[in-house]
Design a protein around this ligand. Sequence first.
Ligand code: FA5
Length: 365
Amino acid sequence: MRLDLTAPLTWSDWHTTMSTNEPVPSSFIESLHALREKAFASLEVCQNEADLESHFYAFLGKKGSITLLLKGLKDLDPETRRSAGQQAHQLRQELDSLHQAKRSALKQSALQEHIKQQRFDALRPLNAPRGSLHPVSIIQAEVEDIFSRMGFAIMDGPEVESDANNFERLNFSADHPARDMQDTIWTQDGNLMRTHTSCVQVRSMQVLTPPFRIIAPGRVFRYEETDASHENTFHQVEGMMIGENISVANLIHIMKSFLSTFFERELAVRLRPGYFPFVEPGFELDASCLMCGGSGCQTCKQSGWIELLPCGLVHPNVLQLNGINPQRWNGFAFGLGLDRLVMLRYNIKDIRYFMSGNLRFLKQF
Ligand code: FA5
């Protein structure tokens, strides 16, 4: 008997036609062949996963032709069952592995197609979120740029310093009361977190031959309470110019040039006396108020001036202590509070934003 190959093949289709102790009837073999061809043809036309699903369902699934056929084997007598079963199982295995192979081939070609369509374009803009420079870094770069154009080299130094570089070689003796002006964070090995960038002056004097002019931007640390204008970790830019016959006039000129370029307007400056052991004379430099131009407002507390930076002429002891002959060379130094400059530029009211890690604040720059 020939089976209807358009319907799923079942045991009962042919089982009824033969006696149970017969050897495997040739009609069964034929049916297997027919089923095999039908499955091959069906597999051949599978174009995608969905086609393959239907194919699997029709032949290999729970109610598929082969499965039903195998289920029916149990009704046969043992002799016929063994032989018929072997052939049916073989066919099942063959179709199984063809199905697997087809699945892999389809996957592979789908992947190739996907790759073809997703050609990597190195110039396509990425959608990844982008960071931005910290405002202190932005202003630091500007300050470096302005001073570079005036012939200043940029120096760097470590944040953990020796007492000698941070204090002693700047004319602070061991028991100098001015050490208390800067509350110090000490490390266990007797070093300290630099309290100012003036220690880079010291390092510069030791490695450079006069005349020279340098600036040294960097992070400094003090053991102090924080408030809107004080941090325990902040930034300074040290400046130093060493030459022959350097005067306060040179200091004023360089400071005025820097401030006018930075704030993009002509600013008046004035000096008031200030004390630091490493400068003599020492000054506090004020600039005409950026908000009111000098007429008096809330920012300058009606004075018309804002305090900008301490400075002075390098103390001869400091030159001597760092191997520079004070008979021949002299110079000036200054210490700019970088964070305060950033606050003035962007009108930021609280210095504590800078180290807060607050992304809403940082994303504005
Ligand atoms: C000094 O640190 C001296 N080394 C500066 C100096 C250099 C003087 C060279 C003379 C010659 P002072 O402690 O005043 O000085 O600090 C300098 C600047 O750092 C201040 O004007 C201020 O702008 C800033 N500053 C000081 N303390 C803090 C703080 N806690 N938080 C933020 N900024 C500060």
